[in-house]
Design a protein around this ligand. Structure first.
Ligand SMILES: NC(=O)c1ccc[n+]([C@@H]2O[C@H](COP(=O)([O-])OP(=O)(O)OC[C@H]3O[C@@H](n4cnc5c(N)ncnc54)[C@H](O)[C@@H]3O)[C@@H](O)[C@H]2O)c1
Length: 246
């Protein structure tokens, strides 16, 4: 290894010491593991969920705020709280819900899924980008899905449409806000072992690597995108699916 390569490897940091990060969906699955990993990486994490949050991490480093990510007042309050004492550096938006398989669902189900999965992303961009910009730049990562790429195997219409919307939203915001120093990306998971996927089991044979992913696989992708190591990546949909969409 040359001296230059050695220095580049030394600079490849996934640490977020002294940074404030918002993680949504932190009571379960991907969001919970993401909140824990970001605390391990040195960040102060404002953890959001509609349900009580008990991540396996010391409470001093994790500040829970319970509420609905589809509610603009809640999102505004979360962003203000997370940036109050430490400059806000990143938002990892994992909260989401699934719908039934067909077009026979009531319109209220469609609206709830779109609000929770997509409108919430718009709200975190709207209120989060100015705060992150003020703090000197950072990253927003929205969790999409392979369902937003290929329609999915078990998801319903609102879920697939909401996730395709998330992918479009990050590309729009990444281009628009690149000059402000804020990167905006999505991570598109395949089947990950969480309570959500347990409710809609996709056959393992559809994943070429032969098994479901772990929430940590998605948390690591989000950490890369939010850390200095991923600072030149913006507007991408990072597929983490064990080969499902090959
Ligand atoms: N598990 C998978 O196979 C898979 C695949 C692709 C994408 N995803 C996406 O990953 C994200 C996390 O999913 P998961 O598998 O960890 O699911 P999960 O059900 O384990 O966790 C989702 C969390 O979001 C919270 N939540 C739901 N509605 C909310 C609201 N209105 N306000 C605040 N919090 C709310 C829930 O309480 C829960 O804690 C979701 O966006 C999901 O669509 C998951």
């Amino acid at each position: 290894m040359t001296d230059t390569e050695t220095r580049a490897a030394d600079d490849l940091t996934l640490r977020l010491d002294g940074r404030s990060v918002i993680v949504t969906g932190a009571a379960s699955g991907i969001g919970r593991r993401t909140a824990e990993l970001f605390v391990e990486a040195g960040a102060t994490v404002t953890a959001c969920d509609i349900n009580p949050i008990e991540a396996a991490t010391p409470h001093g480093e994790l500040k829970p705020i319970v509420g609905d990510v589809g509610d603009e007042d809640y999102v505004e309050a979360v962003v203000a709280a997370a940036g109050a004492t430490t400059p806000l550096s990143a938002i990892i938006h994992c909260a989401g819900i699934f719908d039934g398989p067909g077009l026979d669902a009531d319109i209220s189900v469609w609206r709830k899924v779109i609000d929770t999965n997509l409108t919430s992303g718009f709200l975190f961009l709207k209120h989060g980008i100015p705060r992150i910009e003020e703090a000197g730049g950072g990253a927003i990562v929205l969790i999409g899905s392979v369902s937003g790429i290929n329609g999915g195997y078990k998801s319903g219409p609102a879920y697939a449409a909401s996730k395709a919307g998330v992918h479009g939203l990050v590309k729009w915001a990444a281009r628009r806000y690149a000059p402000t120093g804020v990167t905006v990306n999505a991570v598109a998971p395949g089947t990950i072992a969480t309570p959500m996927s347990a409710a809609a089991v996709v056959p393992t044979k559809l994943t070429p690597l032969g098994h479901a992913g772990d929430p940590l696989d998605i948390a690591r992708a989000a950490l890369y995108l939010a850390s200095p190591a991923g600072s030149f990546v913006t507007g991408t949909v990072m597929v983490v699916d064990g080969g499902m969409t090959i």
